[in-house]
Design a protein around this ligand. Structure first.
Ligand code: FE2
Length: 409
């Protein structure tokens, strides 16, 4: 092995080990019962996240690239395949909370066995398999964020309002004045740059931008309280038709986890809402209605990306270690909350899904979803970048989703 190959392999091995360890650390405060609950069909039990990320490595690397490898348990792929048709039938997603077996301890043991097998296999793996290890690391990081948002949804179901972790006292967040950054006008290059990217970020290509401005910070809780007080949730003219149907059908009156008394449920239990912190847990419909209420609009994904491509995506309030997280005032574009854009999640010109079954990772979801940019307080630091395209359907709001405004200039 040439020296740079060796360095690359040891960096991959250590990133793999630290990523796998963080997932176990995230699960440390949970009982088997905590880790088994599925709070709603879009969210998964904590135990399932631990197992599914392990299934990903066992299937796409050990089974497919290590001669003679035998599965830890031949019945488990049916339980822990998420959505890969190429891997055959699977347990129904809305019924993941019915799996009391295997136990949390059995899944922890499985994780350690797979970690051990992966570390032993790494020196022999060829380039194609090493790329899948890289994909598996980024996949696991995505599930670390989902782990936190799903455990928040789980604990929010309990009238006992358990805290997943602790957060210090809310800082007296100082409200940052809202500025408007002048956007680029004309053709802009967007999409994947150097380093790892998901297939949906490729290829890099030109987008045409029109004169616009983009907000220097996200919309705050205090501003959202003004929207509520002004009857924002009761004014049909502010809402997209689908959004207005949703508000009425679901009787939505405030962001998810907010209570009428000025508190919200967080990973550290019930807390007073900090008016200076970015608003979180709002749907695309709410983001769009809020923007209309202020005479603004949501940025397009190209506007967002061209505005912040020069900012270091590792800067900001992101996940550094296991524990409770919450959006805070004073962060940059990467961190605190993912920001809804007005762009539908569609293929870029010339898009090609990755080869093989992992080609199902992104491309098949390009229908009925909107792009979010940035990162959140639950995103592992180093996971996101300017070209990153997070995506969720418009009514989703159990993620740390917030709003950055834009306007035509
Ligand atoms: Fe997954």
């Amino acid at each position: 092995m040439a020296r740079s190959d060796e360095e690359q392999a040891s960096s991959l091995a250590s990133r793999l080990a630290s990523t796998r360890a963080l997932t176990l650390d995230l699960a440390a405060p949970l009982s088997d019962a905590d880790a088994t609950i599925q709070p709603h069909p879009d969210a998964s039990p904590a135990k399932w996240h631990l197992a599914h990320t392990t299934w990903f490595f066992e299937t796409f690397i050990l089974r497919d690239h290590v001669p003679g490898y035998r599965l830890h348990d031949e019945r488990w792929p049916f339980l822990f395949n998420s959505y890969y048709e190429g891997e055959g039938d699977r347990h129904a997603r809305p019924r993941r909370g019915m799996l009391s077996r295997p136990s949390l301890d059995e899944i922890r043991d499985w994780r350690l066995a797979i970690d051990d097998a992966l570390q032993r296999a790494l020196p022999e793996l060829r380039a194609q398999a090493l790329q899948l290890v890289e994909l598996g690391i980024h996949h696991e990081q995505q599930h670390q964020e989902l782990f936190l948002t799903d455990i928040l949804a789980t604990f929010a179901e309990s009238p006992l309002e358990p805290a997943y972790g602790e957060l210090g006292p809310a800082p007296a967040g100082e409200l940052e004045p809202l500025g408007w950054l002048e956007g680029q006008d004309g053709p802009a290059e967007i999409g994947a740059g150097d380093g790892f990217t998901f297939d949906c970020e490729r290829p890099r290509h030109r987008a045409l931008l029109h004169p616009h401005r983009i907000a220097s910070r996200c919309v705050t809780n205090g501003e959202w309280q003004e929207f509520i007080a002004d009857g924002g949730y009761r004014a049909p003219t502010l809402w997209l038709s689908d959004g207005w149907d949703w508000v009425q059908r679901e009787a939505v009156e405030r962001p998810l986890y907010w209570h009428e008394d000025g508190t919200s449920f967080t990973l550290a239990g019930r807390r007073a809402i900090d008016p200076a912190a970015p608003v979180a847990h709002v749907s695309h419909y709410e983001a769009d209605a809020f923007a209309r209420w202020c005479g603004a609009r949501l940025p397009t994904e190209a506007e967002w990306e061209s505005a912040f491509a020069a900012i270091d995506p590792r800067q900001g309030h992101q996940l550094d270690r296991a524990g409770a997280v919450i959006p805070k005032a004073g962060g940059g574009p990467f961190g605190d909350v993912w920001q809804w854009t007005g762009s539908a999640y569609l293929a870029y010109p010339g898009y090609q899904p990755d080869a093989g079954t992992v080609g199902e990772y992104n491309g098949k979801f390009m229908s009925g979803q909107m792009v979010l940019k940035g990162a959140s307080c639950a995103t592992p630091r180093g996971h996101s970048r300017a070209s990153y395209r997070n995506f969720f359907p418009p009514p989703s709001r159990w993620q740390f989703t917030g709003v950055r405004l834009a306007r035509d200039a």
